[in-house]
Design a protein around this ligand. Sequence first.
Ligand code: ZN
Length: 284
Amino acid sequence: MNQDLQIERAIELLSKAHHVVALTGAGISTPSGIPDYRSPKSGLWERAEDMMEVASSYGFRHNPQAFYNWIRPLMRVVLDAMPNPAHFALAQLEAAGLLKAVITQNIDLLHGRAGSRNVLEVHGQIREAICPACHHVLPAEPLMEQFMNDGKIPRCARCHHIMKPNVVLFGELLPMAIMKAAQTQARTADLMLVAGSSLEVAPAGDLPELARRNGAKLIIINFMETHLDHLADVIIRADVADVLPRLVAPFIPPPVIEIDPVARPLDPGLLSKNPPLGDVSRGG
Ligand code: ZN
Protein backbone atom coordinates (compact mmCIF):
# COMPACT_ATOMS: atom_id res chain seq x y z
CA MET A 1 0.00 0.00 0.00
CA ASN A 2 0.98 3.60 -0.58
CA GLN A 3 3.32 4.86 2.14
CA ASP A 4 1.59 8.22 2.70
CA LEU A 5 -1.65 6.38 3.30
CA GLN A 6 0.04 4.08 5.83
CA ILE A 7 1.50 7.08 7.64
CA GLU A 8 -1.96 8.66 7.75
CA ARG A 9 -3.42 5.48 9.22
CA ALA A 10 -0.62 5.32 11.79
CA ILE A 11 -1.29 8.94 12.83
CA GLU A 12 -4.96 8.10 13.22
CA LEU A 13 -4.12 5.16 15.51
CA LEU A 14 -1.77 7.36 17.54
CA SER A 15 -4.46 10.00 17.96
CA LYS A 16 -6.79 7.41 19.51
CA ALA A 17 -4.13 5.95 21.83
CA HIS A 18 -3.41 6.84 25.46
CA HIS A 19 -0.52 4.55 26.35
CA VAL A 20 1.96 4.13 23.52
CA VAL A 21 5.02 1.92 23.99
CA ALA A 22 7.86 1.86 21.47
CA LEU A 23 10.04 -1.16 20.80
CA THR A 24 13.27 -0.30 19.00
CA GLY A 25 16.11 -2.32 17.53
CA ALA A 26 19.29 -1.87 15.54
CA GLY A 27 17.43 -0.22 12.64
CA ILE A 28 16.83 2.95 14.65
CA SER A 29 20.58 3.39 15.22
CA THR A 30 21.88 2.51 11.76
CA PRO A 31 21.05 6.08 10.56
CA SER A 32 23.42 7.18 13.37
CA GLY A 33 26.16 5.02 11.83
CA ILE A 34 26.02 2.15 14.33
CA PRO A 35 26.09 -1.33 12.80
CA ASP A 36 23.94 -4.10 14.22
CA TYR A 37 26.60 -5.83 16.35
CA ARG A 38 24.52 -8.96 16.81
CA SER A 39 23.97 -9.44 13.10
CA PRO A 40 26.33 -11.60 11.01
CA LYS A 41 25.56 -9.13 8.18
CA SER A 42 26.94 -6.17 10.16
CA GLY A 43 30.44 -6.41 8.68
CA LEU A 44 31.81 -6.91 12.19
CA TRP A 45 32.06 -10.65 11.68
CA GLU A 46 34.01 -12.57 9.08
CA ARG A 47 32.05 -15.72 9.85
CA ALA A 48 28.77 -16.14 11.70
CA GLU A 49 30.50 -18.58 14.10
CA ASP A 50 32.99 -15.88 15.14
CA MET A 51 30.15 -13.94 16.65
CA MET A 52 29.10 -16.84 18.86
CA GLU A 53 32.71 -17.53 19.83
CA VAL A 54 33.78 -13.98 20.67
CA ALA A 55 30.68 -12.07 21.79
CA SER A 56 29.33 -14.78 24.05
CA SER A 57 29.63 -15.29 27.78
CA TYR A 58 31.81 -18.32 26.99
CA GLY A 59 34.02 -16.26 24.68
CA PHE A 60 34.35 -13.49 27.25
CA ARG A 61 35.44 -15.93 29.97
CA HIS A 62 37.85 -17.92 27.82
CA ASN A 63 39.32 -15.27 25.55
CA PRO A 64 38.70 -11.80 26.96
CA GLN A 65 41.44 -10.34 24.76
CA ALA A 66 39.55 -11.44 21.61
CA PHE A 67 36.36 -10.01 23.10
CA TYR A 68 37.97 -6.64 23.81
CA ASN A 69 39.71 -6.55 20.42
CA TRP A 70 36.31 -7.08 18.82
CA ILE A 71 34.43 -4.53 20.92
CA ARG A 72 37.13 -1.84 20.61
CA PRO A 73 36.19 -0.42 17.15
CA LEU A 74 32.48 -0.88 17.88
CA MET A 75 32.82 1.07 21.13
CA ARG A 76 34.55 3.93 19.30
CA VAL A 77 31.69 4.16 16.80
CA VAL A 78 29.05 3.99 19.54
CA LEU A 79 30.69 6.60 21.78
CA ASP A 80 31.04 9.01 18.84
CA ALA A 81 27.51 8.46 17.44
CA MET A 82 24.77 11.08 17.74
CA PRO A 83 21.02 10.49 18.08
CA ASN A 84 19.12 10.88 14.78
CA PRO A 85 15.64 12.29 14.01
CA ALA A 86 14.00 8.95 14.91
CA HIS A 87 15.42 9.07 18.46
CA PHE A 88 14.37 12.71 18.84
CA ALA A 89 10.87 11.98 17.55
CA LEU A 90 10.32 9.34 20.25
CA ALA A 91 11.65 11.70 22.93
CA GLN A 92 9.18 14.37 21.73
CA LEU A 93 6.29 11.90 21.77
CA GLU A 94 7.18 11.08 25.38
CA ALA A 95 7.41 14.77 26.31
CA ALA A 96 3.95 15.24 24.75
CA GLY A 97 2.66 12.64 27.25
CA LEU A 98 1.64 10.02 24.71
CA LEU A 99 4.61 7.66 24.74
CA LYS A 100 5.07 5.98 28.12
CA ALA A 101 8.18 3.86 27.55
CA VAL A 102 10.83 2.91 25.02
CA ILE A 103 11.87 -0.73 25.15
CA THR A 104 15.14 -1.01 23.26
CA GLN A 105 17.40 -3.83 22.18
CA ASN A 106 20.18 -1.29 21.60
CA ILE A 107 23.09 -0.77 23.96
CA ASP A 108 24.13 2.59 22.53
CA LEU A 109 22.43 5.06 24.94
CA LEU A 110 21.10 7.14 22.04
CA HIS A 111 17.49 7.22 23.30
CA GLY A 112 18.60 8.76 26.58
CA ARG A 113 20.88 11.20 24.81
CA ALA A 114 17.95 12.29 22.61
CA GLY A 115 15.93 13.09 25.77
CA SER A 116 13.87 9.93 26.33
CA ARG A 117 13.36 9.31 30.05
CA ASN A 118 11.71 5.93 30.48
CA VAL A 119 14.05 3.67 28.52
CA LEU A 120 14.12 -0.08 29.18
CA GLU A 121 17.42 -1.45 27.86
CA VAL A 122 16.70 -5.16 27.59
CA HIS A 123 20.13 -6.02 26.14
CA GLY A 124 22.03 -3.91 28.65
CA GLN A 125 23.99 -0.76 27.88
CA ILE A 126 27.50 0.60 27.62
CA ARG A 127 27.04 3.22 30.34
CA GLU A 128 28.44 0.82 32.92
CA ALA A 129 30.95 -1.96 33.27
CA ILE A 130 30.51 -4.66 35.88
CA CYS A 131 32.94 -7.00 37.59
CA PRO A 132 31.56 -10.53 37.07
CA ALA A 133 33.33 -11.68 40.28
CA CYS A 134 32.45 -9.06 42.93
CA HIS A 135 29.68 -7.17 41.02
CA HIS A 136 31.44 -3.84 41.42
CA VAL A 137 29.91 -1.41 38.88
CA LEU A 138 31.85 1.45 37.30
CA PRO A 139 31.12 3.97 34.54
CA ALA A 140 32.27 2.22 31.36
CA GLU A 141 33.36 5.18 29.31
CA PRO A 142 36.59 6.06 31.18
CA LEU A 143 37.52 2.35 31.25
CA MET A 144 36.92 2.00 27.52
CA GLU A 145 38.74 5.27 26.73
CA GLN A 146 41.70 3.95 28.74
CA PHE A 147 41.54 0.61 26.91
CA MET A 148 41.35 2.34 23.53
CA ASN A 149 44.47 4.31 24.42
CA ASP A 150 46.66 1.58 25.86
CA GLY A 151 45.00 -1.67 24.71
CA LYS A 152 45.13 -3.10 28.25
CA ILE A 153 41.99 -4.99 29.31
CA PRO A 154 40.19 -3.10 32.11
CA ARG A 155 40.33 -4.80 35.51
CA CYS A 156 38.29 -4.42 38.67
CA ALA A 157 39.77 -1.93 41.13
CA ARG A 158 38.59 -4.12 44.02
CA CYS A 159 39.44 -7.69 43.04
CA HIS A 160 41.43 -7.33 39.81
CA HIS A 161 39.02 -9.53 37.83
CA ILE A 162 38.41 -8.51 34.19
CA MET A 163 35.57 -5.99 33.90
CA LYS A 164 32.69 -6.65 31.49
CA PRO A 165 30.71 -3.94 29.69
CA ASN A 166 27.14 -4.21 31.03
CA VAL A 167 25.79 -5.57 27.75
CA VAL A 168 24.00 -8.88 27.34
CA LEU A 169 26.24 -11.32 25.49
CA PHE A 170 25.13 -14.36 23.54
CA GLY A 171 24.27 -17.12 25.97
CA GLU A 172 23.52 -14.72 28.83
CA LEU A 173 20.16 -14.15 30.47
CA LEU A 174 18.42 -10.83 30.00
CA PRO A 175 18.24 -8.53 33.02
CA MET A 176 15.16 -9.84 34.81
CA ALA A 177 13.83 -6.65 36.42
CA ILE A 178 14.05 -4.75 33.13
CA MET A 179 12.36 -7.58 31.24
CA LYS A 180 9.53 -7.63 33.78
CA ALA A 181 9.06 -3.87 33.39
CA ALA A 182 9.06 -4.29 29.59
CA GLN A 183 6.39 -7.00 29.79
CA THR A 184 4.25 -4.82 32.06
CA GLN A 185 4.54 -1.98 29.55
CA ALA A 186 3.62 -4.33 26.68
CA ARG A 187 0.54 -5.54 28.60
CA THR A 188 -0.53 -1.98 29.51
CA ALA A 189 -0.01 -0.48 26.04
CA ASP A 190 -2.97 0.32 23.85
CA LEU A 191 -0.57 0.91 20.95
CA MET A 192 2.82 -0.64 20.33
CA LEU A 193 5.13 1.06 17.88
CA VAL A 194 7.92 -1.18 16.58
CA ALA A 195 10.71 0.91 15.06
CA GLY A 196 13.76 -0.59 13.39
CA SER A 197 13.53 -4.09 14.80
CA SER A 198 13.26 -7.19 12.67
CA LEU A 199 11.90 -8.91 15.82
CA GLU A 200 14.23 -11.85 15.25
CA VAL A 201 15.91 -11.81 18.64
CA ALA A 202 13.82 -12.92 21.60
CA PRO A 203 12.23 -11.45 23.64
CA ALA A 204 11.57 -8.57 21.25
CA GLY A 205 9.58 -10.96 19.15
CA ASP A 206 7.33 -11.84 22.07
CA LEU A 207 6.50 -8.35 23.30
CA PRO A 208 4.31 -7.19 20.36
CA GLU A 209 2.39 -10.47 20.61
CA LEU A 210 1.86 -9.88 24.32
CA ALA A 211 0.66 -6.33 23.61
CA ARG A 212 -1.64 -7.59 20.85
CA ARG A 213 -3.17 -10.27 23.11
CA ASN A 214 -4.04 -7.50 25.55
CA GLY A 215 -5.84 -5.51 22.90
CA ALA A 216 -3.13 -3.12 21.71
CA LYS A 217 -2.87 -1.88 18.13
CA LEU A 218 0.43 -2.60 16.40
CA ILE A 219 2.45 -0.39 14.03
CA ILE A 220 5.65 -1.83 12.54
CA ILE A 221 8.19 0.44 10.84
CA ASN A 222 11.06 -1.64 9.49
CA PHE A 223 12.87 -2.11 6.20
CA MET A 224 12.61 -5.88 6.33
CA GLU A 225 9.62 -8.13 6.77
CA THR A 226 9.08 -9.47 10.29
CA HIS A 227 7.39 -12.66 11.42
CA LEU A 228 4.71 -10.54 13.16
CA ASP A 229 3.68 -8.51 10.09
CA HIS A 230 0.42 -10.48 9.94
CA LEU A 231 -0.52 -9.07 13.38
CA ALA A 232 0.20 -5.44 12.49
CA ASP A 233 -2.50 -2.82 11.87
CA VAL A 234 -0.03 -0.71 9.90
CA ILE A 235 3.28 -1.72 8.29
CA ILE A 236 5.65 0.93 6.93
CA ARG A 237 8.74 -0.31 5.12
CA ALA A 238 10.99 2.71 5.26
CA ASP A 239 13.79 4.41 7.13
CA VAL A 240 12.63 5.18 10.68
CA ALA A 241 14.60 8.45 10.62
CA ASP A 242 12.32 9.63 7.79
CA VAL A 243 9.04 8.21 9.03
CA LEU A 244 9.02 8.75 12.81
CA PRO A 245 9.30 12.56 12.67
CA ARG A 246 6.31 12.59 10.29
CA LEU A 247 4.25 10.34 12.60
CA VAL A 248 5.04 12.38 15.67
CA ALA A 249 4.69 15.90 14.23
CA PRO A 250 0.90 16.24 14.77
CA PHE A 251 1.32 15.49 18.51
CA ILE A 252 4.04 17.97 19.32
CA PRO A 253 2.68 21.20 20.79
CA PRO A 254 3.78 24.29 18.86
CA PRO A 255 6.66 26.17 20.49
CA VAL A 256 5.57 28.87 22.96
CA ILE A 257 6.67 32.26 21.68
CA GLU A 258 7.42 34.49 24.62
CA ILE A 259 6.96 38.19 24.02
CA ASP A 260 9.45 40.38 25.79
CA PRO A 261 7.32 42.95 27.65
CA VAL A 262 10.04 45.57 27.29
CA ALA A 263 9.98 45.29 23.52
CA ARG A 264 6.17 45.63 23.35
CA PRO A 265 5.05 49.00 21.87
CA LEU A 266 3.60 51.31 24.49
CA ASP A 267 -0.15 51.71 24.74
CA PRO A 268 -0.85 55.27 23.48
CA GLY A 269 -3.75 55.59 26.02
CA LEU A 270 -1.27 54.89 28.82
CA LEU A 271 0.87 57.86 27.76
CA SER A 272 -2.03 60.34 27.93
CA LYS A 273 -2.90 59.20 31.51
CA ASN A 274 0.65 59.86 32.64
CA PRO A 275 1.49 63.41 31.67
CA PRO A 276 5.18 64.05 31.20
CA LEU A 277 7.11 65.10 34.28
CA GLY A 278 7.35 68.83 34.87
CA ASP A 279 10.18 70.73 33.33
CA VAL A 280 13.09 69.84 35.60
CA SER A 281 15.05 72.90 34.59
CA ARG A 282 12.48 75.16 36.40
CA GLY A 283 13.06 73.63 39.85
CA GLY A 284 15.99 74.65 42.11
ZN1 ZN B 1 35.72 -7.21 41.30
